[in-house]
Design a protein around this ligand. Structure first.
Ligand code: SF4
Ligand code: SF4
Ligand code: FES
Length: 237
């Protein structure tokens, strides 16, 4: 199978982006975008389809098995993990690869996702003291623990933008676990931050519902977290 891989490139956030196209051939039916990027970077020299010599493509990966979220990028218009994006499932032999657009670009496909972690810090999404998961709602706690912090849900969210007050589903999912587990002072503070940075800004359109590469049931977590927040508020817990 032959593919034309078109990649959006720039050396830094300040530079004008441009596209370069490469040929990629593989016999593997299950070849992924990550496999293509790795193979292109092994070429010495790397040349585009016009024969021009190009610099290595900057992108991020770690586990290569859909576990770390590092390789999230936009492939043929859809945010996906490059290590899970099988090329022959991408509708056609032209594959357009771009960086996630909601984060500053460091170079090429490599973005700075620290605003996601800053949002969790701002909301106070941590345990003040050691706590064991109780017996209740373990299924939900497990679901919430699977977030990769990849940022794919933020890419499709019409309400999320860098620098805004709304932290998006990437914050809701880990916070939903803590809302379920905590009581007392820390819970009250977390609920206040949840209201400010998640509940108030979310339009509940569920554009993010089917995008999560970890397959997290976002709707279930959202419904549960909203109800826990309101229920605990009503009963002053
Ligand atoms: S429900 Fe809509 S506004 Fe809320 S996080 Fe998902 S895409 Fe964004
Ligand atoms: S909820 Fe899913 S899409 Fe959003 S950051 Fe977590 S793993 Fe990624
Ligand atoms: S490299 Fe870890 S999810 Fe793709």
């Amino acid at each position: 199978m032959k593919y034309l891989i078109e990649i959006k490139r720039r050396r830094s956030e300040k530079d004008e982006p441009y596209f370069q196209t490469f040929e990629y051939e593989t016999e593997l039916e299950s070849a992924t975008a990550a496999a293509a990027l790795a193979e292109l970077n092994r070429r010495k020299p790397l040349r585009d389809i016009n024969g021009a010599e190009c610099e290595r493509i900057v992108w991020e990966c770690s586990c290569m098995q859909k576990k770390c979220g590092a390789c999230a990028m936009v492939i043929n218009g859809r945010p996906q993990l490059a290590c899970a994006a099988v090329l022959n499932e991408q509708k056609g032999s032209k594959i357009k690869i771009e960086p996630l657009s909601k984060f500053p670009v460091i170079a090429d496909l490599y973005v700075d996702r620290s605003i996601m972690f800053e949002a969790l810090r701002q909301i106070g999404a941590w345990l003040d003291e050691e706590k064991r998961a109780g017996d209740k709602n373990n299924e939900l706690l497990y679901e919430a623990s699977r977030c990769l912090q990849c940022g794919c849900c933020l890419e499709v969210c019409p309400n999320f933008y860098s620098g805004g007050d709304f932290s998006g589903m990437a914050a809701l999912v880990p916070v939903s676990r803590l809302l379920e587990e905590l009581d007392g002072k820390q819970s009250r503070s977390l609920r206040k931050q949840y209201g400010k940075h998640i509940y108030n800004g979310c339009g509940k359109s569920l554009a993010c519902r089917n995008i999560c590469p970890a397959g997290i049931d976002i709707e279930k977590l959202m419904v549960n977290s909203n109800s826990v927040m309101l229920w605990k508020h009503l009963f002053k817990k």
